[in-house]
Design a protein around this ligand. Structure first.
Ligand code: ATP
Ligand code: MG
Length: 329
């Protein structure tokens, strides 16, 4: 099963914590794995055990966009320069595609390999967000590099991509939220927590985006009731306060094998839900959606910004899928 999974939710809900636990869970199974920190607060590296200096030294994908664009466009005749490539520019004949377990210049420039629970994960990070990233500055979007990579990624069997991500307007405008086989919306049992869920669901519905709610910091029957009432069947599982997580926050990390049993079961539930969603993957729809969002972005700002007709970048006969022949690096 190959899977692209996003953890989204309100600030402070536990996106980074739950993504990092899930990533450890996958690494412990020895699965090929890419972890992406695309959250406003870049904390995934530390949550995966890097010290502050190591985390701060992670290369910022946002600062390496020219390299990423140049590599991905390859010899695609429809994309004449990296300058005209925007975050939604779709791959076509001649584009270079990314594979999870290969070595390529993008990983070399942007990824660090982290040893984790007997396995490894490749860790990528957007880099710190600035005020201008939080508005509608489409051109400079930090997550643009991640979106480009996801749109050029053909993930093979038993491979995982886990993205720790903000549920912001950026991901809705660009189409980033449609790039995942499964989206876990992390919600605390509060009105604010579930309002992010409602907004996300609204967008997700029109695009067939598989979305499940993961309750976090659930302390009582009343908390559970609240989430059941608000999320109904979308509520997949809940996680309570974890002493294991708290110990790590204190700098007293314990072995992963000591994670509370009920939280291990919750991670199993996430794994099963992710794997279960795989059957719904549809490469044609996936490609159609990236074209849809590209045309929308081209019209609303991209054409003006680049001075080119970006609709011409679309290769009408191209469908992204697993058996495409790799282009020479
Ligand atoms: N189940 C849990 N048990 C104990 N502590 C938790 C749990 N979930 C989250 N926390 C703590 O809550 C805080 C916020 O969690 P986290 O950083 O994962 O949230 P986030 O959604 O990624 O936040 P941000 O929006 O700031 O990136 C952290 O200090 C984390 O350790
Ligand atoms: Mg976070």
């Amino acid at each position: 099963m190959n899977m692209k999974i996003a953890f989204v939710g309100k600030g402070g809900s536990g996106k980074t914590t739950l993504s990092s636990l899930f990533i450890r869970h996958l690494a412990a199974r020895g699965l090929p794995l890419i972890a992406v920190d695309a959250d406003i607060n870049q904390h995934l590296g530390v949550a995966l055990g890097l010290d502050e200096d190591e985390a701060a030294a992670l290369p910022a994908m946002g600062a390496r966009l020219p390299l990423i664009k140049d590599y991905l466009r390859g010899s695609n005749p429809r994309i004449t320069s990296a300058d005209t490539m925007i975050k939604t520019t779709p791959p076509g004949e001649g584009s270079r595609l990314l594979r999870i377990a290969e070595d390529n210049p993008v990983y070399e420039a942007c990824a660090r390999t982290v040893a984790l629970e007997g396995g490894t994960a490749r860790l990528l990070a957007t880099g710190p967000f600035t005020d201008s990233d939080l508005g509608v500055a489409c051109y400079h979007s930090k997550t643009g590099a991640v979106e480009l990579c996801l749109n050029h990624l053909v993930d093979g069997r038993d491979e995982f991509v886990v993205v720790d991500m903000t549920a912001g307007s950026d991901s809705f405008a660009s189409g980033m939220f449609t790039r995942f086989d499964m989206t876990f919306l992390v919600a605390e049992p509060t009105r604010k927590g579930v309002s992010v869920y409602r907004q996300y669901k609204e967008y997700a519905r029109d695009f067939g985006v598989p979305l499940r709610v993961v309750g976090n910091k659930v302390q009582s029957e009343d908390d559970l009731d609240f989430l059941r009432q608000e999320a109904g069947d979308d509520l997949l599982v809940t996680v309570g306060h974890s002493d294991w997580v708290r110990a790590m926050e204190k700098g007293r990390a314990r072995p992963f094998a000591e994670l509370e049993q009920h939280n291990v079961l919750a991670l199993d539930t996430l794994y099963d839900a992710a794997v279960g969603a795989y059957g719904q993957r549809d490469w044609e729809r996936y490609t159609r959606q990236m074209v849809h969002f590209h045309l929308r972005n081209a019209e609303s700002w991209g054409n003006e910004r680049t001075g080119a007709d970006l609709a011409a970048q679309v290769d009408p006969s191209f469908v992204l899928h697993e058996d495409l022949t790799p282009q020479p690096a």
